[in-house]
Design a protein around this ligand. Structure first.
Ligand SMILES: [Mg+2]
Length: 219
């Protein structure tokens, strides 16, 4: 029985127009300005890269690390807010969220994006879901299991009774780590094959098809 659905935001509920490669370039040159070569970094994704550089700085000269982190996050937020002003919800998203509520299915939304950018696209997000956890609200973001585990706690459901929906392999990975069934959607930049390779249990054209999937699973 599916009692809760957790949805990713960008690329799942809203048009994904964040230019991650431009963002990464900008952050990497900022990191290099601090005497850390990009070749020495192991992390692949931008938030984790900032954390990695900041712990290198902390070991080197503690006082700079916090300042670096704050500035890097400020640069990130500026880009995210800029992208948000050009984004919008996909058609059918609001009615899908209402249908889930009527069906008695709890809804959670999690994202690695910042609170401000999401609310710029979806100002009344709070009234259409039971819990919303942007990166500002948690210590570690998905694919770290902490992000989803925190949300499931708030919703008071176990991973076995919930389904994770997202457009990125990270969403699938995060869901699997807490025992959820996972649904990949094709409205982002990842292909069906990539989502299936990561272990997605289902792949849908868009998140608005989630309501019929749940009806089917709960029948
Ligand atoms: Mg996404």
């Amino acid at each position: 029985m599916i009692k809760a659905v957790v949805l990713d935001f960008d690329g799942t509920l809203a048009v994904l127009n964040i230019d991650f490669s431009a963002m990464t370039k900008k952050i990497l040159s900022f990191i290099e300005e601090h005497g850390i070569s990009r070749e020495s970094l192991r992390e692949r994704y931008i938030l984790e890269t900032i954390d990695e550089a900041s712990s290198i700085l902390l070991r080197r000269e503690g006082s700079l690390a916090e300042q670096f982190r704050e500035k890097a996050h400020k640069m990130l937020r500026e880009k995210e807010l800029e992208a948000a002003s050009q984004s919008r919800l996909f058609p059918g998203v609001e009615s899908m969220l209402r249908k889930l509520r009527i069906a008695g299915v709890k809804v959670g939304i999690i994202t690695r994006n910042c609170d401000g950018a999401v609310r710029r696209i979806f100002p009344h997000i709070g009234s259409l879901c039971d819990a919303f956890l942007p990166r500002d609200s948690v210590k570690r973001v998905k694919p770290d299991p902490h992000h989803l585990a925190t949300l499931l706690d708030i919703l008071r459901v176990s991973g076995n009774d919930a389904i994770m929906v997202g457009d990125h392999p990270m969403d699938i990975l995060a869901g699997k780590r807490v025992g959820m069934r996972t649904v990949g959607v094709l409205t982002g930049r990842t292909t069906r094959d990539e989502l299936l390779e990561t272990g997605a249990d289902y792949v849908l054209e868009s998140a608005s098809q989630v309501t019929s999937l749940i009806e089917r699973l709960n029948r």
